[in-house]
Design a protein around this ligand. Structure first.
Ligand SMILES: [Zn+2]
Ligand SMILES: [Zn+2]
Ligand SMILES: [Zn+2]
Length: 138
């Protein structure tokens, strides 16, 4: 058993723990396939199906964020537990957590104007990060 930041007890299998530890070390959104390749390179023998299921489970538990990437794959990333949005590089998957005040205010305002209660919103911003941009334009 291990404990996350909220103190909630989670039953993590060794393989899920290995996957979660790996996600702690990566800043970009990675597909299950990419995470599997990275784990293999690090000398961990975890099957692709286990990585797929493991990441789905971790996302369901709120331990990693999951987003749909431009290639249609699901990307996973260990983020802060606070509410946030992502600025994502569509070339390398590098992500920055953002929390634009104007967006938060607008979401509440537009819902209120239309008489909607308990509004939620999902916003991701995709672009090309500076490193990828330099590599492309060189
Ligand atoms: Zn996130
Ligand atoms: Zn990039
Ligand atoms: Zn928000």
């Amino acid at each position: 058993m291990s404990t996350d930041q909220t103190g909630k007890h989670l039953r993590l299998t060794r393989q899920r723990q290995v996957i979660l530890d790996h996600m702690n070390d990566t800043n970009e959104f990675v597909s299950a396939q990419k995470a599997h390749a990275q784990l293999k390179m690090a000398g961990e023998s975890v099957g692709l199906a286990t990585v797929y299921r493991g990441l789905q489970w971790l996302a369901g538990e709120g331990l990693v964020d999951a987003i749909r990437m431009v290639d249609g794959e699901i990307g996973y990333r260990r983020c802060s537990t606070e509410h946030h949005h992502h600025l994502i590089c569509r070339t390398c998957g590098r992500a920055v957590e953002i929390l634009p005040e104007a967006l938060e205010r607008w979401a509440i305002q537009v819902a209120t104007e239309h008489g909607f209660h308990e509004p939620e919103h999902h916003v991701e911003v995709y672009g090309v990060c500076d490193a990828c941009w330099s590599a492309m334009t060189d």
